[in-house]
Design a protein around this ligand. Structure first.
Ligand code: SF4
Ligand code: SF4
Length: 164
């Protein structure tokens, strides 16, 4: 059938994503000209390394919020918030270039996230990941819930309906 064939053909014609690396560009190139402004789409704040169950529970709370994640680089822990700068324009350029904040002026392409293969030593995207990590250190935070329902990603098991 034409519609099925064309859909299969389209799928097989889709090129795999191109892995971008700064090594592909000459040293003189301005990498920002070839980037979708990755550094303008989040902000990250250093946070204290968690050292108690309560600290991990705070981290779990951070990650209950849309766009929040946590990463570790070296010995430093960071709260990462995926939020696009209000002044980033559709062409990936800064809309307030002349008056952009100091932190934007100081940021260079030397060690930025231009390359697509950037990875962290630790990275938490969900509250469940934090819980699992802390559970491995301190034991289960909610042992009763876990014995009740082994799948910790699900909501609490509802109470049974009364028998009439
Ligand atoms: S500094 Fe790096 S991440 Fe930011 S726009 Fe330039 S190349 Fe992209
Ligand atoms: S002010 Fe400009 S350079 Fe700074 S994050 Fe926003 S768009 Fe990017």
């Amino acid at each position: 059938m034409p519609s099925q064939n064309s859909s299969n053909m389209n799928r097989s014609n889709i090129a795999p994503p191109i892995r971008r690396s700064r090594a592909q560009y000459p040293k003189s190139a301005n990498l920002c000209e070839h980037c979708t402004a990755k550094c303008c789409r989040y902000f990250a704040l250093p946070i204290d390394e968690p050292c108690s169950r309560k600290d991990y529970d705070y981290m779990r709370w951070y990650l209950l919020h849309e766009g929040a994640s946590i990463f570790v680089e070296g010995d430093q822990w960071y709260l990462l918030v995926h939020a696009v700068c209000k002044h980033l324009q559709e062409d990936h350029r800064c809309g307030i270039y002349e008056t952009r904040p100091e932190i934007c002026r100081e940021y260079t392409t030397d060690e930025c996230e231009f390359d697509d293969d950037y990875c962290y030593e630790l990275y938490f995207e969900t509250p469940e990941q934090v819980d699992e990590y802390a559970d491995a250190i301190y034991g289960p935070q909610f042992p009763d819930l876990k014995s009740d329902d082994r799948d910790s990603l699900r909501s609490r098991k509802p109470n049974s309906l009364p028998i009439l």
